[in-house]
Design a protein around this ligand. Structure first.
Ligand SMILES: NC(=O)c1ccc[n+]([C@@H]2O[C@H](COP(=O)([O-])OP(=O)(O)OC[C@H]3O[C@@H](n4cnc5c(N)ncnc54)[C@H](O)[C@@H]3O)[C@@H](O)[C@H]2O)c1
Length: 367
C-alpha cells in the first residue's frame, strides 16, 4: 500500500533553493523504489519571506507547516537582512517555527564518514568510526527559565539573572525522545544494545539532580537501552579525548548547545551535517546545520549532502521510514566512495562536482 506524506519545503535564502532541489529529487527517487508518495508544498521563510511580506515567518507558512507530516528547511539569512531590527531578522523566524510547532528536541548527529576522516582536526585513530547523536532539549532550561533580566540591586548596582529550571514533565519528554532515538539508531545494526549517555552537572546543580533522577527512572521503561551519566565538564573532555565511547547523548539546552557544536566539529565538514527538531507529534523540522552560504549562492558550488542527509533524518525520525533513510545514507556513502566531491570537501585525486552534479550522483547511486 502506498504511503502518502505531505511535506512542506522551506528553501529559504542563499544556497537554500539549490540544495533543496537536490533533496527533492533524492526523495522522489527513493519514494518510487519503496512505494512512498510525497506531496511537496513550498512556502516562504527567512529573507525571501521578509522581502515579500515584511515578516520572516508569515502566518500562512506556519499554517502550512502545521498541516503537513514534516517540514524540510534549507537555510535562511544573508547580508541583505543582517542589519534589520531583531523581530524582522531571519533567525527570529526560526525561533517562531520551533515554538509554533512545539519542537522541544534537537537531534544533531556527528558521524565521521570513512571517506572524510582526514577533514577532522583530530587524529585519525581518535575519530575513525565516530558516530554520535546529541539530543538537546530546546525550549527550556537557562535560556527560558524565569526570572531573567538585568535588575538593579538595593545599592543601585546592575545584576544580570538567568534561571536554569526544568520540570519533571520537561525532562521526561526529552528523555523519552532520547531513549527512542537510541533504539532507532540500532536499525540495521543489531549488534549490541542501544547506548544512551545523559549529561548534567548533578554534583553542583539541583536542577541537574532532578534531571538525573528522572532519566534514571525513565530507564526502567527501556530495559534494552544501556544508560550512563556524565558530568558536563567530563563529557566535554571525553568528546575530544575518546569520542568513540559515545552513541546517543541527551542533555539540557545550554549543555547541548555547546556539546552539539563540539561533536559536530569532530567531523570537520560543515556541508555534511544534518539536524532534526521534533516535538511530541508531527511535524518535525529537518534542516542542515550550515547557513545560507551567500558567498557561494547561485554558482552551483554548494554541497547538497547535509540537505540530503536531513531528508534521510526526516524519513527516520519524522516519518518512521527507516528503510528509505538507510537507502539514502548508503547512496551518499557510495558517491563518496566513488571519489565524488563538492569543492568544500575536495582532496587530491577526487572528482569535483557541482551541487546539481552531486545530486545526480546520489540519485544514480540509489539505483
Ligand atoms: N539555520 C540557518 O538557516 C542558519 C545557520 C547559520 C547561519 N545562518 C545565516 O547564514 C548566513 C551566512 O552565515 P555564515 O557565513 O556565518 O555561515 P554559513 O554556514 O552559511 O557559511 C560558513 C562557511 O561555510 C561554507 N558553507 C556552508 N554551507 C556550505 C555548503 N552546503 N556547501 C559548501 N560550503 C558551505 C560557506 O560558503 C562559508 O564559507 C547568515 O545570514 C547567517 O545568519 C543561517
Amino acid at each position: 500500500m502506498t504511503q502518502h506524506y505531505r511535506i512542506t519545503l522551506l528553501p529559504g535564502d542563499g544556497i537554500g533553493p539549490e540544495i533543496m532541489a537536490v533533496a527533492v529529487d533524492v526523495l522522489k527517487a527513493v519514494g518510487k523504489q519503496l512505494d512512498i508518495s510525497f506531496e511537496f508544498l513550498e512556502a516562504l521563510m527567512g529573507g525571501a519571506a521578509i522581502d515579500e511580506t515584511g515578516e520572516p515567518l508569515p502566518e500562512a507558512t506556519l499554517e502550512l507547516c502545521r498541516s503537513s507530516d514534516a517540514v524540510l528547511l534549507a537555510a535562511i539569512g544573508g547580508y541583505a537582512w543582517d542589519s534589520l531590527p531583531r523581530h524582522q531578522r531571519p533567525e527570529t523566524g526560526l525561533l517562531g517555527l520551533r515554538s509554533g510547532l512545539g519542537l522541544f528536541a534537537n537531534l544533531r548527529p556527528a558521524r565521521i564518514l570513512p571517506q572524510l576522516v582526514d577533514a577532522s582536526s583530530l587524529k585519525r585513530e581518535v575519530v575513525e568510526g565516530v558516530d554520535i547523536m546529541v539530543v538537546r532539549e530546546l525550549t527550556g532550561g537557562v535560556y527560558f527559565g524565569q526570572p531573567k533580566g538585568v535588575f538593579a540591586t538595593e545599592t543601585g548596582e546592575q545584576r544580570g539573572v538567568n534561571t536554569m529550571a526544568y520540570t519533571e514533565a520537561e525532562i521526561d519528554r526529552i528523555g523519552k525522545v532520547a531513549f527512542e532515538t537510541a533504539q532507532k539508531r540500532r536499525y540495521g545494526r543489531p549488534d549490541g544494545s542501544p547506548l544512551l549517555c545523559s549529561v548534567d552537572k548533578a554534583n553542583v546543580l539541583e536542577v541537574s539532580q532532578l534531571w538525573r533522577d528522572r532519566i534514571t527512572k525513565l530507564a526502567e521503561e527501556y530495559p534494552d537501552v544501556e544508560l550512563s551519566h556524565l558530568y558536563v565538564d567530563n563529557a566535554a573532555m571525553q568528546l575530544v579525548r575518546a569520542p568513540k565511547q559515545f552513541d546517543t547523548i541527551v542533555t539540557g539546552n545550554l549543555f547541548g548547545d555547546i556539546l552539539s557544536d563540539a561533536a559536530a566539529m569532530l567531523t570537520g565538514s560543515i556541508g555534511m551535517l544534518p539536524s532534526a527538531s521534533i516535538g511530541s507529534s508531527r511535524p518535525g523540522v529537518f534542516e542542515p546545520v550550515h547557513g545560507s552560504a551567500p558567498n557561494i549562492a547561485g554558482q552551483d558550488l554548494a554541497n547538497p549532502l547535509a540537505q540530503v542527509l536531513s531528508a534521510a533524518m526526516m524519513l527516520r525520525y519524522g516519518l518512521d521510514q527507516p528503510e528509505a533513510a538507510e537507502r539514502i545514507e548508503q547512496a551518499v556513502l557510495q558517491v563518496l566512495d566513488q571519489g565524488d566531491r563538492t569543492g568544500d570537501i575536495i582532496s587530491p585525486g577526487m572528482r569535483q562536482l557541482g551541487c546539481r552534479g552531486m545530486g545526480e550522483a546520489v540519485v544514480q547511486a540509489l539505483g
